[in-house]
Design a protein around this ligand. Sequence first.
Ligand code: NAG
Length: 292
Amino acid sequence: MKSVFYSHFFILLPWILIVIIMIDMDTKKTVRRTAHFYLSHFGKPQRAPLPTIYAITPTYSRAVQKAELTRLSNTFRLVPQFHWIVVEDSNARTELVSRFLARSGLPHTHLHVPTPRRYKRPGMPRATEQRNAALGWLRLHRSPKDSGVVFFADDDNTYSVELFDEMRSTRRVSVWPVGLVGGRRYERPLVEKGRVVGWYTGWKANRPFPIDMAGFAVNLKVVLENPRALFKRLGSKPGMQESDFLKQIAKVEDLEPKADNCTRVLVWHTRTEKVNLGNEPKHWQDSVQIEV
Ligand SMILES: *[C@@H]1O[C@H](CO)[C@@H](O)[C@H](O)[C@H]1NC(C)=O
């Protein structure tokens, strides 16, 4: 009795599905949704796991630090398969950043390395040691088996979530426009037939890679294949860090343009206005001590 019921049921099932689909034919949208439903429930295609995005953020203690990190973390929480490498310019990990990272819920690695005092001068490149510490960590803790994309996410920028979708497909080194840099509304690689052929830039156009730190990503395997590729102090002037680093791992003609052939701005060098703390008391006056 039971088996008769089942055999009838299985004969009828395809017809029932066809009827449901016919009813759905009214609007294309519904059909697509239905197809998606059936595929996702019955098709289960095996998808390759997404490459992890490793965002390297050098940071240092200052009045706006937590506000900046908050803006970043709120974006990063919307990015799947994401790993945040935060490197403090300090002798030890600070409590503020440790607590902040723990509360963020983001997968992260918290490093620290102090900038030697002799390099802490205006006109000196910033965050060199911190970026290199992060590269060192990746080379020690990741292997060619791990698929990933490395991106330098300074804490004074604003990132669109879409930027991470774009960079995730980086095969070797990818590039895209950056807003509000170089004394212009934006800078960008000029693209012809899908290849980078030049640069729209307001500053030192003769650099081999006249690009902002926020304007490129590197596949993890390229970082691992070039163990000596680092950000340089010696012989590197401010604004040459990106160019000097990219020279070690890429050729202009091999750059992969992202963001619709470099026609969309998905990251902005916003920078936060210097805060006025002119009325901050010299000695503690409030009844509680709060972290800002
Ligand atoms: C970029 O340009 C190439 C060559 O002109 C073209 O084939 C490709 O579709 C473009 N890509 C996008 C995302 O617009």
